[in-house]
Design a protein around this ligand. Structure first.
Ligand code: 6PG
Length: 476
């Protein structure tokens, strides 16, 4: 047994992770259900490092040093269970199975418990950064036991992206913590993308700007506070021309956004935990709305396109307002995402370090951004921060952006440009800072029709008004 780490499942993500490990000097056992992929990896990339190929799972397991560290990189769901079930009888106590797929954290918790019963470690690990990230340095979010991290950490930290000399990898917490954090990462990714899409749509509608012109605006934004991978590739995509038609590429892509489901999981779990991640939810629903082609066609026939022909007066001011609206809404989405992580951490007893999570998202992952340094600083300075919105830099930035944000949302409403994420983020901000919310009326109504009781502003306790009787108040 000579290999330090193994990878089974050699589709593009697995292959690139294996290559990354080998390029970093680790001896990597490789295996794939159909051996052609293993042979191709060796033929095409065998020279990049030391690989130990096996055609059977048994040989693969035998080729690994103990305690074994085996990365499983197959489709989430049934394929993961199939590989794990096949592996378990071949392993020995102390061995580690690492699931680097996009598994649901609840499935990871279940698998971790089962393998723990066999004396094995199961490490659900979030990996972000797509194919390129896997090869050149992803952001890595491992869950599982501290003991397993002691074995895996040095390898993962070496192959991860590095920012200012710090690896974009850290132990997130026990059992499903890594996959949970990756799930919320993806939810934030949905919000980020929806906000970018709304900004683009507004610039296009409000200034009759071409995609190429908007690409320039994004390019410029990318040199300021908004600097991030997604803003950078937005500029690239908007500048791209379709070869077949000569039209802007974005105009030939069907406008129905798909998803594999991690955003949906984030929203589902946030509902269970009672955390209002409205930006992520709007982004997820905006994708599903876009896919309802029949309803959209029917509504297009029934209603004229926009309520009012609309041109902004001053381009420069408008662009700056949209930038501020984007930045403020983005801050809201991240504040909500980090609230969600904190709630998950409490619910499942994970003790997740929020500043540390921001640290490992600064590089490698899809939402990597300059901005994440600010989040790290905010949580490092005040770990119990009630919401990211009130940390000094965020509060200042949001305050400075509010007038522009309101103008943009009002413009959009008047012009009939849908901005669900911009609008709901502004509503969230206004609700949080409101002196009084109409929730009082909701409570009164609940008490009226269902005797659900209410609390008072001036006295402790729960009360009920005898609505159908003499309307006197009784203590509940
Ligand atoms: C990443 C991404 C990745 C995700 C894709 C597609 O962090 O590298 O989040 O894990 O699968 O971005 O996700 P959707 O198909 O749900 O948009």
């Amino acid at each position: 047994a000579t290999a330090q780490v193994g990878v089974t499942g050699l589709a593009v993500m697995g292959r690139n992770l294996a290559r990354n490990l080998a390029r970093n000097g680790f001896t990597v056992a490789v295996h794939n259900r159909s051996p052609e992929r293993t042979r191709r990896l060796i033929a095409e990339h065998g020279g990049e490092g030391t690989f130990v190929p096996s055609e059977s799972l048994g040989d693969f397991v035998d080729s690994l040093e103990r305690p074994r560290a085996i990365i499983v990189m197959v489709k989430a769901g049934a394929p993961t269970d199939a590989v794990v079930n096949e592996l378990v009888p071949l392993l020995e106590p102390g061995d580690i199975v690492v699931d680097c797929g996009n598994a649901h954290f609840a499935a990871t918790r279940r698998r971790e418990e089962t393998l723990r019963g066999h004396g094995l470690h199961f490490v659900g690990t979030g990996v972000s950064g797509g194919e390129e990230g896997a090869l050149h340095g992803p952001s890595i979010m491992p869950g599982g036991s501290a003991e397993s991290y002691a074995r895996l950490g040095p390898m993962f930290e070496k192959i991860a992206a590095q920012v200012d000399g710090t690896p974009c990898c850290r132990h997130i917490g026990p059992d499903g913590a890594g996959h949970f954090v990756k799930m919320v990462h993806n939810g934030i990714e949905y919000a980020d993308m929806q906000l970018i899409a709304e900004a683009y749509d507004l610039l296009r509608a409000g200034m009759s700007a071409s995609p190429a012109e908007i690409a320039e605006i994004f390019r410029e934004w990318n040199s300021g506070e908004l600097e991030s991978f997604l803003i950078e590739i937005t500029a690239d995509v908007l500048a791209h021309t379709d070869a077949a038609t000569g039209r802007p590429f974005v105009d030939v892509v069907l406008d129905q956004a798909e998803q594999k489901g991690t955003g949906r999981w984030t929203v589902q779990n946030a509902l269970d935990l009672g955390i209002p991640i409205t930006g992520i939810a709007e982004a997820t629903f905006a994708r599903s709305l876009s896919g309802h082609a029949d309803q959209r066609a029917a509504a297009r026939r029934a209603f004229a396109a926009a309520s009012e022909k609309w041109q902004v007066e001053e381009r420069g001011t408008f662009v700056e307002d949209v930038r501020r609206a984007l930045l403020a809404s983005k801050i809201v989405a991240y504040a909500q995402g980090f609230d969600h992580i904190r709630a998950g951490s409490r619910e499942y007893d994970w003790n997740i370090d929020l500043g540390g999570t921001a640290t490992i998202w600064r590089g490698g992952c899809i939402i990597r951004a300059r901005f994440l340094d600010r989040i790290r600083e905010a949580y490092d300075a005040e770990p119990e921060l009630p919401t990211l919105l009130v940390a000094p830099w965020f509060a200042e930035t949001v305050n400075a952006g509010v007038p522009g944000w309101r103008k943009v949302v009002a413009y959009a409403a008047r012009a009939g440009v849908p901005t669900p994420a911009f609008s709901s983020s502004l509503a969230y901000f206004d609700a949080l800072r409101a002196e009084r919310l109409p929730a009082a009326l909701i409570q009164a109504l609940r008490d009226d029709f269902g005797a659900h009781t209410y609390r008072r502003v001036d006295r402790a306790g729960s009360f009920h008004t005898l609505w159908a009787g003499d309307r006197s108040e009784v203590e509940a």
